[in-house]
Write a protein that binds this ligand. Structure first.
Ligand SMILES: Nc1nc2c(c(=O)[nH]1)N[C@H]1C(S)=C(S)[C@@H](COP(=O)(O)O)O[C@H]1N2
Ligand SMILES: [Mo]
Length: 533
């Protein structure tokens, strides 16, 4: 971690503790306020923990941990976090890799992925971002559904009164409780069945009504389709990388909350507290404790089941995930028109490369004389198959823009691109009516061997900013970044943008190509076929 940030975080975290100690040493423990005595004969409503609340509390716990575990797998695919638009090595505020990016050889973003133990993460191991995303996004739908039901029922009943502060008095009262905890004292506990202590109420409120929405928004702010269409949105968090950093800090926040929450549940009357949330009773009978611990054990056991399912049924999970998010992706996200406008000054000083430089003799020969002999073959279900040199492509028309590249692994970078709008090529070759999909084949090999390829629907390829780029940052496309030709589709994730394009084929469906999942990463690394999130 960058020492400046260690210092900043330490100051922010320790300042309140220091002030609390100062107050305690000078004035002693503050007296507690804000705790009207509880009349057990006629308890003020609301009180207790109704069945719906206990159930949603459990479901929330279950999916939150799945989100954390799959989130950690995603994080380790690019184990560096930044605040700026750019992802320049050594500017990260924290990294989860001991590696400094080597400068004496090609070091791709995929090389940079790190191992994480499957004990901690789902599915764990190295570079499992495709599978991890399926678990993350499947979980998040159920997590949010549960969350919305919970919040709706809070307000439908009067349980919200236990959580939502209605008076500013709660702030000094919560501070008083904090001074107790910070100086290793326990404030007098109201019985949580009837009332929470003010700090407890405030932290529950913050987790539910501040942290959870922030997690949602920062998650959405990493989507290429959303960022391109609504460029102001990621800027609310500084940048896409700012959103990513905050998204991670919230993960740490939930874990910290979990530790403190469980710790206090244990030391302030474990059996009674467990009965509250497990059986809904307010007594010290051990049943809640026993059932609760068994259920927690089952949740932990379920992680090995999910580990097994994740690997054994990876394809199935990929398809279920596609089925769930497909409609929204197709009909909403992939339709958003890119509208971002970056300028020359925004261009990233460092742009992570990805993919393996082609090793084929053919490509090397072409590269040796600056791709003057390169001919792009465009064929398949078209009326007018063509072979085009770079000069031919230039003659067909040029579009230029500066955009942010969003890699599925988490990094981004801004660059200027220039090339042929794909629409022009479609007009030239005239796809037959049965052609629905365009396949791009690369000279380069994929991570696990075999020709790299990917597909687009013709619908997407017709859109603005679907580009066959031969220029990057106002210079001929460098070899590392895909020379002689690469695809750009600005509202999608990076893996759709085939580099070192050799030929293009119009087909009826992607199902007949490769393993039929729509691209090499989709086939071998279980990436999403719908790449807009
Ligand atoms: N041929 C080929 N194209 C590829 C890849 C690859 O491995 N091989 N990787 C993809 C991925 S995952 C990304 S993020 C972008 C990276 O483009 P860049 O190297 O210009 O950053 O290229 C895409 N195109
Ligand atoms: Mo990527």
């Amino acid at each position: 971690m960058n020492p400046r940030f260690v210092f900043a975080f330490a100051c922010i975290a320790l300042a309140p503790v220091a002030i609390a100690w100062g107050q305690y040493l000078i004035f002693g423990l503050p007296t507690e306020t804000f705790l009207p005595p509880i009349n057990l004969e006629h308890p003020s409503s609301p009180h207790g923990f109704p069945a719906w609340l206990r159930l949603t509390h459990f479901v929330n716990f279950f999916f939150l941990l799945l989100l954390v575990r799959s989130g950690l797998s995603i994080l380790m695919d690019h184990p560096r976090l930044y605040w700026s638009h750019h992802c320049t090595p050594n500017t990260e505020w924290i990294r989860f890799t001991p590696l400094k990016v080597p400068t004496d050889r090609l070091w791709t973003a995929k090389d940079d992925a790190r191992y994480i133990s499957p004990l901690l993460a789902l599915p764990g191991y190295r570079h499992t971002v495709g599978m991890a995303r399926a678990w993350h996004f499947l979980s998040v739908h159920l997590f949010l559904l549960n969350g919305f039901i919970f919040v709706a029922l809070l307000f439908f009943t009067d349980q919200w009164k236990r959580l939502v502060p209605v008076s500013w008095e709660i702030i000094p009262a919560a501070w008083n409780a904090f001074v107790h905890y910070a100086t290793f004292h326990l404030p007098a506990e109201p019985n949580g069945f009837y009332q929470f202590n003010p700090l407890q109420q405030l932290s529950y409120f913050a987790v539910i009504f501040v942290m959870a929405p922030l997690s949602m928004l920062t998650g959405i702010a990493m989507s290429p389709a959303v960022d391109n269409r609504f460029p102001f949105f990621p800027k609310l968090f500084g940048s896409r990388q700012g959103a990513r950093s905050i998204h991670f800090m919230l993960l740490i926040g939930y874990l910290a909350f979990l530790v403190v929450h469980v710790g206090l549940v244990v030391i302030t009357g474990f059996a009674r507290n467990m009965n509250h949330i497990v059986t809904g009773r307010d007594d010290a009978h051990p049943v809640g404790m026993v059932v609760g611990l068994v259920v927690i054990g089952l949740v932990v056991l379920s992680w090995s089941l999910f580990h097994f399912i994740a690997w054994k049924y990876a394809r199935k999970i990929q398809h279920i995930y596609r089925g769930l998010t497909g409609l929204f992706d197709w009909n909403v996200l992939s339709r958003l028109e890119p509208r971002e406008h970056y300028t020359q000054e925004d261009i990233s000083p460092f742009f992570w490369p990805n993919g393996k430089l082609p090793t084929s003799g053919k490509w090397k020969q072409l590269a040796a004389n600056g791709f003057q002999d390169f001919k792009l073959r465009v064929d398949g279900l078209v009326e007018n198959p063509v072979e085009l040199s770079l000069a031919d492509l230039r003659a067909l028309g040029k579009e230029e823009y500066t955009s942010m590249h969003h890699c599925i692994q988490g990094w981004s970078g801004i660059a200027q691109w220039g090339g042929l709008p794909f629409k022009r090529l479609i007009e030239l070759v005239k796809p037959r009516p049965e052609a629905k999909v365009v396949a791009f084949y690369s000279y380069g090999d994929a991570l696990y061997g075999g020709e790299y390829y990917d597909t687009q629907t013709i619908k997407t390829a017709l859109k603005a900013r679907s580009l066959l780029a031969y220029e990057m940052n106002h210079a001929p496309l460098p070899e590392v970044y895909g020379a002689p030709l690469r695809l750009r589709v600005e509202n999608q994730l990076g893996y759709k943008m085939v580099k070192w394009i050799e030929r293009i084929e119009f087909v009826e469906t992607e199902k007949t190509l490769g393993k039929g999942e729509g691209g090499k990463n989709e086939d071998d690394e279980y990436f999403d076929i719908l790449p807009n999130i």
